[in-house]
Write a protein of this length. Structure first.
Length: 135
């Protein structure tokens, strides 16, 4: 075998390893219903659900009883509402966010979030008066 053939096989192997490593870390942006239907086939994968906090339903968080349990309701991008359980402390200013991204898995009757990403565009769209008051 020529040296060029050995180098070509090594390069192909490296490229294949890189492609497979990216494929294994792929995350899915889905709705609550898609997360439920896909959870059996992708049990080790986390799903990303873009949602809006439902402020009309109560949030359950009692840091004295259990500081690592937070429960609330969210509405996904197609209007489906689900109970969300987050086994961590309540994120600061969650009520003030426009949208949230829930990262986790669908369980029987709720969505178990491992992480919550908050999006608040009003934080970044300051009026000139707000910008001047900070200086």
């Amino acid at each position: 075998m020529k040296t060029i053939h050995i180098i070509a096989i090594a390069v192909i192997g490296i490229v294949l390893a890189i492609v497979l490593s990216f494929y294994g870390d792929k995350s899915y942006y889905v709705t609550f219903e898609q997360a439920e239907s896909m959870s059996s086939g992708f049990s080790s994968k986390d799903f990303h659900v873009v949602a809006k906090l439902n402020t009309e339903k109560p949030m359950v968080y009692d840091p004295i009883k259990d500081p690592n349990y937070f429960e609330f309701h969210a509405i996904d991008s197609v209007g489906v509402e689900r109970k969300v359980v987050y086994k961590n402390s309540k994120p600061h200013d969650l009520e003030r966010t426009d949208k949230i991204v829930l990262i986790g898995k669908a369980e029987k009757d709720y969505f178990l979030a491992n992480d919550i990403l908050k999006k608040c565009p009003s934080k970044y769209n300051k009026t000139p008066e707000q910008a001047n008051s900070e200086n």
